[in-house]
Design a protein around this ligand. Structure first.
Ligand SMILES: [Mn+2]
Length: 356
C-alpha cells in the first residue's frame, strides 16, 4: 500500500515533485512490495513500482495501488523507464537516494531524464525510524522468537561442538519458532574469538571455560530482531566475572537514560560511566546501538557526540561491549522501544551471567 506517512515531506519548502527509491527496505516501506531488484517512484498523487517480469505478478499482489512498470518493455532499462514516467507525469524534479544510487545509474538517469535530480539521504530512513503499532507488534514477535531460540541453543552449547554447528542450529531454531526464512549473518563465536566484534563462526570447537558470544536475530514479516548474549561454558574465572559485571553495568546505565527526548550522545556517555576510570576503558567500542526495523543497522546511531534526539516509538538496540584482544569480549544487546519517560525492553532474557 502507498505509505501516506511520506506525504508531509512533499509539502516541505523546496521539496521535489517525486522521490525515487532503490534501497530494498525503503521500497518495501513505501509500497509493501517484498521482492528484490525493484524500484519505486513516489509522487504525492501516487506511486510507480518499476520491476521486471520476474516480479510483476507479485508486485500487483503486494502493492495493488501502485502502477507496475515493467522496465524491459518500457525503455529497456530501469533509468529509461524512470525517465518515461517523469515525462508522462510532467514531473520537473525528483529526489534520489545519494547513498545507494551508483555512479553508472546516476549517469544513466541524468542522460535519460529531463528533470532536476536532487540527492537526498535518510528521507525514508528518518520516517521509518518511528514505528507504527503494527510495526511494533512485528518487532516484538521477532524479539520473542529470538529469545525462545536462545533458551533452546543453551542446551546445545557444550565442549567439542563447533561455532558453525551452533550457529546453524540457532538459525534453524528461529525458523522453527516462527521467523521468516531469510536468515542474516548470525554471529556465534567462542573463546578468544569473542573479542572480534563481528567475528565469523568457524570450525573452532568449544572448550571448557570459553565465553560464547551470540549476536543474532531474525525477521518476522520483514521486521528484524537483534540481540546479544555472552555465556560461559563451565565456571567463570574471576576476570570473566569482572569484565561481565562491568559490561552489564554499562548496558543497564545506558538503558536507564533511554527515553523520548534523550540524546543518543547522552546514552553513550551513560554507557562509559562504569569504565571511564578503569583500565577497561580502552577496550570499549564507541558505536553502541542503532535503529532497527526493516533493516538491521540504521538511524539513529548511538555514539559519542551523536546529534540525534529520540522520538517516541523509535525502536533501537543498545549494545555496549568490552573487547580485549587475544583474551575475549563480552557484549550484551537488547532491543527497546523508546517511550515517554523511559523505554520498553523487547528482549526478555535476563542480563545475568549464565554458566553452563
Ligand atoms: Mn546490533
Amino acid at each position: 500500500m502507498y505509505n501516506k506517512r511520506l506525504l508531509p515531506w512533499f509539502n516541505e519548502p523546496n521539496a521535489p515533485e517525486a522521490i525515487f527509491l532503490k534501497k530494498g527496505p525503503n521500497v518495501r516501506w513505501a509500497s509493501g512490495f517484498k521482492g528484490a531488484d525493484s524500484y519505486v517512484l513516489m509522487t504525492p498523487n501516487g506511486g510507480f513500482l518499476i520491476t521486471d517480469p520476474r516480479y510483476t505478478e507479485q508486485a500487483g499482489l503486494e502493492a495493488p495501488d501502485f502502477t507496475v512498470v515493467d522496465w524491459r518493455s518500457t525503455g529497456g532499462s530501469v533509468m529509461k523507464a524512470v525517465a518515461h514516467i517523469l515525462k508522462e507525469q510532467k514531473l520537473q524534479s525528483m529526489a534520489f537516494e545519494a547513498d545507494v544510487l551508483s555512479f553508472n545509474e546516476h549517469r544513466a538517469l541524468s542522460d535519460a531524464a529531463d528533470a532536476e535530480l536532487l540527492p537526498t539521504e535518510n528521507v525514508i530512513e528518518q520516517l521509518r525510524s518511528v514505528k507504527t503499532p503494527q510495526e511494533v507488534e512485528y518487532l516484538r514477535a521477532a524479539c520473542d522468537i529470538a529469545c525462545r531460540a536462545f533458551y533452546r541453543i543453551l542446551d546445545d552449547i557444550r565442549v567439542g561442538v563447533t561455532e558453525k554447528e551452533l550457529a546453524a542450529k540457532l538459525s534453524s531454531y528461529m525458523v522453527f519458532e516462527g521467523a521468516d526464512t531469510q536468515p542474516y549473518g548470525n554471529i556465534l563465536i567462542s573463546g578468544p574469538n569473542t573479542s572480534l566484534l563481528h567475528g565469523i563462526p568457524s570450525d573452532r570447537a568449544i572448550q571448557y571455560g570459553d565465553f560464547v558470544l551470540m549476536d543474532y536475530g531474525c525477521q518476522f514479516n520483514g521486521y528484524m530482531s537483534d540481540m546479544t548474549r555472552t555465556v560461559v561454558v563451565g565456571k567463570a574465572s574471576s576476570r570473566q566475572k569482572e569484565v561481565y559485571a562491568l559490561e552489564k553495568q554499562m548496558l543497564e546505565d545506558s538503558l536507564a537514560v533511554m527515553r523520548a527526548g534523550a540524546k543518543c550522545a547522552d546514552v553513550y556517555e551513560a554507557s562509559i560511566q562504569a569504565i571511564k576510570d578503569t583500565p577497561y576503558f580502552q577496550y570499549h567500542y564507541g558505536g553502541i546501538g542503532h535503529g532497527i526495523g526493516l533493516f538491521v543497522h540504521e538511524v539513529p546511531f548511538i555514539r559519542q557526540n551523536a546529534p540525534d534526539v529520540y522520538q517516541e516509538n523509535v525502536v533501537t538496540t543498545i549494545e555496549p561491549g568490552l573487547y580485549i584482544p587475544g583474551w575475549g569480549g563480552v557484549r550484551i544487546e537488547d532491543q527497546v522501544i523508546i517511550q515517554e519517560g523511559g523505554n520498553q525492553n523487547l528482549i526478555s532474557v535476563p542480563h545475568d551471567l549464565i554458566e553452563l
